[in-house]
Design a protein around this ligand. Structure first.
Ligand code: HEC
Ligand code: HEC
Ligand code: HEC
Ligand code: HEC
Ligand code: HEC
Length: 337
């Protein structure tokens, strides 16, 4: 009798501890699953580090390497800003050194990577999936090194970009929501139309033929060419009035980033050469007056016949950028009839 009771207790205890153990194993696995995709796909991280991606994809590597995505972590402007944020590991770093977004989920808030943070938004961030395969647009060749998986999202990349450039909880880094309201979105354009120009080349050293892909350069506000395409200036005269029109030609709010400032200068010169009017307008997120996509903003001035109106648009990368380093975006000059 006594023996059976002890035996029963013993069985019960054993069952309970087995249960406890399996709960532990279950959650343990769960936690390590979330935390260690870097361990699961060690060969891919190692290959990235050892220059294997570079040796089979030299053209794409060269483009990416010079892009701001490659510098998203080491970028001094970023590090300077993040230093001042308590809890940056939760609120800042996840997008500047993310885990692969196919692993954490397209559209979901990215998670901070444990390894190789210096490589910022690396190849693996945009292409590695949870099976260790490389996802992309349709491939033309095979490799033993990694599986190729075709995913239509790469041809309409806005959703991919929105994972970092359009998180609702991070409005200061959102180019996507204004883009979606622009005419570009209805014209079937994507972020890649302007930031990843089409190029015909070998996708890898093992490919048989050149096919059309997209440049991995992501030129933005650090490119003079992009800045010259970003806006248009026009001067028109009617009666004794001059109208200056500033038009946004970027696919989203202009300036696209919250640190940037656009400076519009208007100089008004009388026929004898004296400067009799000057106006300066600063456009930035801080002033809450960024231009919406497609927006045309007008400024009116009084003029007399023979007066010259000179307008100039310049771009200031950060509030600390000194005037000699501002980039000229557009310039226009006209004499009133
Ligand atoms: C949802 C992803 C995400 C999060 C979270 C995030 N960033 Fe960014 N960050 C971006 C993207 C995308 C850009 C580039 C586009 C832009 O400037 O809006 C960027 C650009 C920047 C830049 C401009 C860098 C330059 O070279 O001019 C700074 C500074 C910056 N982030 C700081 C921060 C700080 C500080 C935090 C935390 C408070 C943070 N970011 C959180 C995605 C993010
Ligand atoms: C031994 C050579 C080799 C190595 C190493 C290699 N790749 Fe590839 N990769 C290829 C080939 C071949 C293709 C198919 C190219 C084609 O379609 O012409 C390819 C295709 C891709 C694609 C497109 C997939 C698709 O379905 O569209 C991506 C993305 C990619 N590689 C990323 C990487 C990354 C990141 C690394 C490093 C971790 C890497 N590759 C290492 C040979 C290689
Ligand atoms: C995993 C996050 C992530 C994804 C996905 C992503 N970006 Fe970025 N992107 C960033 C961060 C972070 C920066 C800012 C880096 C910095 O300045 O420090 C940035 C910067 C940029 C810049 C600014 C370049 C400059 O010189 O000012 C452009 C343009 C850009 N991204 C375009 C794109 C496009 C187009 C896509 C989609 C194909 C995309 N990004 C996808 C995180 C991302
Ligand atoms: C910010 C996200 C992002 C990063 C980072 C990135 N790619 Fe891509 N990649 C894309 C997109 C989007 C496409 C689809 C372009 C298209 O429409 O052809 C693509 C296409 C490709 C292709 C197919 C060929 C082509 O041009 O379409 C290969 C191969 C590739 N990427 C390899 C790489 C390698 C290698 C790296 C790192 C050196 C890298 N990618 C970094 C987003 C990215
Ligand atoms: C019609 C062309 C066009 C389209 C479409 C477009 N952009 Fe831009 N983008 C520009 C131009 C021009 C600039 C440079 C002016 C500026 O800084 O806003 C720029 C700048 C940027 C910057 C740099 C902002 C900064 O302050 O450094 C980022 C990031 C960016 N774009 C992301 C995107 C994303 C994400 C999409 C898709 C939702 C997109 N762009 C669609 C033309 C475009």
């Amino acid at each position: 009798m006594r023996y059976t009771l002890n035996f029963r207790r013993c069985i019960l205890g054993l069952c309970l501890s087995l249960l406890g153990l399996s709960v532990l194993v279950f959650f343990g696995n769960f936690i390590s699953d979330v935390e260690s995709d870097e361990n699961q796909h060690k060969e891919m991280y190692q290959a990235f580090k050892d220059g294997k991606c570079k040796s089979c994809h030299p053209a794409i590597w060269r483009e990416w390497e010079k892009s701001i995505h490659a510098q998203a972590w080491v970028d001094e402007i970023y590090q300077e800003a993040a230093k001042q944020v308590a809890g940056r590991e939760k609120s800042c770093d996840p997008c500047h050194a993310p885990k692969p977004i196919l692993v954490t989920g397209i559209g979901k808030m990215p998670k901070l990577r444990n390894v190789q943070r210096d490589s910022g938004v690396s190849c693996l961030v945009c292409h590695l999936d949870s099976d260790g395969a490389m996802q992309g647009p349709p491939a033309s060749a095979e490799t033993n090194f990694h599986a190729n998986v075709t995913n239509p999202i790469y041809k309409e990349s806005t959703k991919l970009c929105a994972t970092c450039h359009g998180q609702p909880s991070v409005p200061e880094h959102d180019q996507v929501s204004s883009f979606l309201k622009s005419k570009f979105a209805t014209e079937n354009k994507s972020c890649a139309t302007c930031h990843m120009p089409l190029v015909s080349r070998l996708q890898s050293t093992a490919s048989y033929e050149s096919i059309t892909g997209r440049k991995h350069t992501w030129r933005g506000s650090r490119s003079v060419t992009q800045l010259k395409n970003a806006a248009a200036l026009k001067i028109e005269f009617a009666d004794k009035k001059a109208t200056v029109t500033l038009q946004n030609k970027a696919g989203h709010l202009l300036p696209g980033g919250t640190l940037r400032i656009i400076v519009l200068d208007v100089m008004h010169l009388a026929p004898n050469g004296t400067q009799n009017q000057k106006k300066q307008v600063l456009i930035s997120e801080k002033r809450r007056n960024r231009l919406k996509p497609d927006e045309k903003r007008t400024f009116d001035f009084k003029v007399n016949s023979g007066d010259t109106l000179k307008v100039r648009l310049r771009y200031q990368l950060t509030p600390k950028t000194s005037e000699p380093e501002w980039i000229l975006m557009a310039e226009e000059s006209k004499i009133a009839p």
